[in-house]
Design a binder for this molecule. Sequence first.
Ligand SMILES: Nc1ncnc2c1ncn2[C@@H]1O[C@H](COP(=O)(O)OP(=O)(O)O)[C@@H](O)[C@H]1O
Ligand SMILES: [Mg+2]
Length: 383
Amino acid sequence: MTDQALAVDQQAMETQPQGLVVNSLTHRYGTALAIDRITFDVRPGEVVALLGPSGCGKSTVLRSIAGLIKPQEGTITMGAQRLDTMPARTRGIGMVFQNYALFPHLTVEENVGYPLTCQGLPRSERRQRVAELLTLVRLDTMARRLPREQSGGQQQRVAVARALAARPNLLLLDEPFGALDRALRFDLQVEMLRLQRSLGITTLIVTHDQEEAQSLAGRLVLMNKGRVEQIDTPTAVYDAPKSLFVNSFIGQANQLPGIIQSAGADHSIVRLAVGQKIKVPRQVEFVVDAPVVVTCRPEDVTLVSGANATTLPARVSVAIALGPTLVHELTLADGTEIRASQMRDQSMRPGKPGEAVFLSIDTARCHIFPAPAGSSLSSSPSH
Ligand SMILES: Nc1ncnc2c1ncn2[C@@H]1O[C@H](COP(=O)(O)OP(=O)(O)O)[C@@H](O)[C@H]1O
Ligand SMILES: [Mg+2]
């Protein structure tokens, strides 16, 4: 083996990605519980997205991993090493925030090289590494510019290059594209995926944007009110949500309130508040009379011309053609609003406002969840 090949091999060994394990992380700001026993892992080289509404504790998890705050309970390990007991600067983490956080008075190359200057890397090596990084994020022609002479997307790529400069074991991204417009976000997401794939770096990204999470991450950690609700691949989360929260947060979910009429071995029959009965494959066991919500995705609701035993009568509120799909907003007899979304074809006629139609629901794809506390149905006693 040549010396050069050996050097490359050694570098590859050093940069062999490691996995991150977060175990039972709990943090309070004062007395307010921000995150509550958060447990998940990121496998070596994997991209995981922490996803949830604003205020659910995503940044608190990220800041704990980075060492910017000290959580009261739980452990964080990377490979065989405990991270949470180490000082922030020795954890080997690169971090990118929403607001770029570049030094305004430093040029692009000085910004990217800053962590290397701090590490005391010799000037020549530093220059070479910075040039490589700028090529990687396709900004090699902008080395001498100041951040204010760049667009938002370019500044964010500088921030990514800077985060990668010290060859971190773990890349943390907190709403990295949140300040950018939609088209640019998509370009940067594609760019980020390319970069991550080529480097194979273990990556945790925080976002409140479900599309961003689904396009970037192999697995999603769904958070709500400081807790983990579900950890799964994007498709598993979409097809088999474990809670009403997840069902409604990822994609859209129509909600039909009802009461369990019978709970069989493979089906539950729900008496909907609107009057009809609906038979849904059993996912969890419910007791008879339990107040529940049956959910269905808009794409699983179809407008049909004739009534039968399983259709629901409805009235069209509005029909909207959205590119390839035709979306109907409808109202059931009891006032429940429901959305239907179908791929448009030539023969399809959009419903007129006020028109009476019938809905066929693909019950095999429905889910049943306990009625949320405080809803009108949940106030009735369940046995
Ligand atoms: N420095 C802080 N001091 C007090 N409360 C905070 C602080 N940072 C965040 N919080 C609170 O902790 C909760 C979680 O916040 P955060 O982790 O920033 O959520 P997210 O990133 O999901 O929007 C929120 O209720 C927020 O108001
Ligand atoms: Mg945040």
